[in-house]
Design a protein around this ligand. Sequence first.
Ligand code: SF4
Length: 438
Amino acid sequence: MSAGKHEHIIKSVLPGSIAAELEIAAGDRLIAINEREIEDVFDYHFYTNDEELVLLIKKPDGEEWELEIEKEYEEDLGIEFEQGLMDEYRSCRNRCMFCFIDQMPEGMRDTLYFKDDDSRLSFLQGNYVTLTNMSGHDIDRIIRYRLEPINISFHTTNPELRCRMLHNRFAGEALKNVDKLYEGGIQMNGQIVLCKGINDGEELERSIESLTKYIPCLQSVSVVPVGLTRYRDGLYPLEPFQREDARRVLKTIHRWQERLYEEYGTHFIHAGDEWYILAGEELPEEERYDGYLQLENGVGMLRLLEEEFREAYEGAEGDQRKREVSIATGLLAAPYIQRMAEQLAVKYPKTEIHVYPIRNDFFGELITVSGLITGQDLIRQLRGRELGERLLLPCNMFRSGEEVFLDDVTLSEVEEALQVEAYIVKSSGRDLMEAVIA
Ligand code: SF4
C-alpha cells in the first residue's frame, strides 16, 4: 500500500488510547494536524504535543474525518505508522574507513547491511549520526522543536582528517552544524571511534580540546576503539590497538577528565570498557561515569554490571540448594562474570556455575563483545561442555525483543543442539544473579 507524499498510513492503534477512542484504525491515513501537513516523525512529535489538536484522517473508502482532540500536554495519541519515521530512512553518504558494515561477511539478513545516518533515529533511538546528510531545514527543526539529545559521531574535529576518515568531502564542513546546535542550546552527546595512527595521539588531544567548547550542551564524548573483523580485504588497512596504545589513550582521557571535572564539574570524556581490558587497568569508579551517559556505546557497562551485582549480592541471604548452571558471554565481560560467579559461591556454596567465554570466530577474534556473538559460534564452542540444568545468555546476543541471534539461529535451535534449557537474561547484575539462583 503506498501513500501520498505526506499521507501517513496507520499500522496500528494502541487499545485504550485517544486514537482508539476516536475510532481511528489500522489502514487509515493521517493527512494533517492543525491544518499542517506532517513531513515526518519530527513534525508529528512536535505537533501532537499540544493540548488541543485537529486531526485530519482519511478512511480507506476515501471519507475524510476531522477529529477535534483535547488532551494532556505531551500525551501520546497511541498511533503507530507503517513507516516508523513517517518518511524514508536516510542512508549515509559516507564511506568511513572503519565502517563495521563494510566488514561484515556476505549472506547475513539484508537489514544488517543498511547504513543509516538519520538524525530522526538519533532522536528516537539514540543512534549516532555524522551530520553529513543534514540540511539546514533539519537543523532548524531540531532547534525549533527541541529534539534532544542528538548523538553525534565526531571521530575528529580536524576538518581535513574528518573528510579523509569518512571519505566524504563535506564531512569537515558538516561540523559547522554542531555550532548551530550549540547556539540553539540543543543537548548532544558525541563519540570518537579511534583508529590507530589516524585520529589518536595529537589528533585526539586536538579533538577533545575543541569539543570542550560545547560544554554544557555537549554532555559527554566517548572514545571507543575501532572494531576490526576478519573481513577487511580491499578496505583501508587499519591495525588493532595494543596494550601500550590503550595505556596511552587512557592516560590522555584521564588527564582531561581531571582537568574538566575541576573546571566544569563533569568528566565529559569517557573511555570505552575495551580500553581498560586491553590496558590491563582497573575500571574507573562509578562516579567517574557521570551517570552512565554512554552505556549504549559500551562505556561503563562493566562497572555498572559489577555495582548492580554487588548491591543484589549484599541483600541476598544465600541458601544451600543444589544447582548447576552455565553462563555464556563474550571475552570482554567473561573475567567479570567469572568473578561474580566466585563471589556467589560464598553465599550459595552448593551452586555450581560454569562461565564460558565465547570466542568470536564468525567476525574474528578481535571482536570481544557479547552483542556480536552468533548462534553458530555458541553452539560450536559449547557442544560437549558441562552446561548443567540451564544455560544463561545475555539479552544483547539477540535481536531486540526476539529470540534470534545475528546469524538468524534461534534460541530453540541452540536448546536443541545443546540439549539444555536456555534463558535470555536482561543486562543488569541483579538480573544475572537472580537468573543464576532462580
Ligand atoms: S556513517 Fe560511516 S560508519 Fe556509519 S554507516 Fe555510514 S559509512 Fe558506516
